[in-house]
Design a protein around this ligand. Sequence first.
Ligand code: ZN
Length: 190
Amino acid sequence: MKSRSKPRQPALALPSDGLALVLEAASFAADRHRKQRRKDLHATPYINHPLALASTLAVEGGVTDAEVIAAALLHDTLEDTQTTASELREAFGDRVAAMVEEVTDDPDLDNDDRKQRQIDHAPHLSHGAKLVKLADKISNLRDVADHPPHAWGLQRKREYFDWAARVVAGLRGAHPRLEAVFDEVVKRRP
Ligand code: ZN
């Protein structure tokens, strides 16, 4: 009989109510994004993106704050679906809803202003929102490097990397381990 190796430490050590919150958030986000696809060649289901953030936070960052992981799963629901902040507040509580609001771009601004605002606001985000933002930038750069939107040329990819690095400059100090993950990813600038 094979000798059993020591059980591996679970990557996500959440208390059971934290686990329930995370699963509720994943299921809510999957439902709200159900008709959306990413812009890559394979039109990946949208939900893969929030799931990637949650995995980056928990597995690569060692983040165990269930509300931060729930906010990551929900981070695009206000911007890209019909979901309202009060719906999030009711279902997931004030802190989760507030973090999602913090990482949501103002729909009244044009693209350039949104990008500038992300740079300007980064240092003023709550700690939890900074972690969500870091994971979002890590995930987005990986997507641009590995499965870029099919219409994007080299110049656009490079500009995206440069902009993401400027946003992350304003998040420095929030989570050195995630910042180190970002620093590895940003080396892949095409
Ligand atoms: Zn995102």
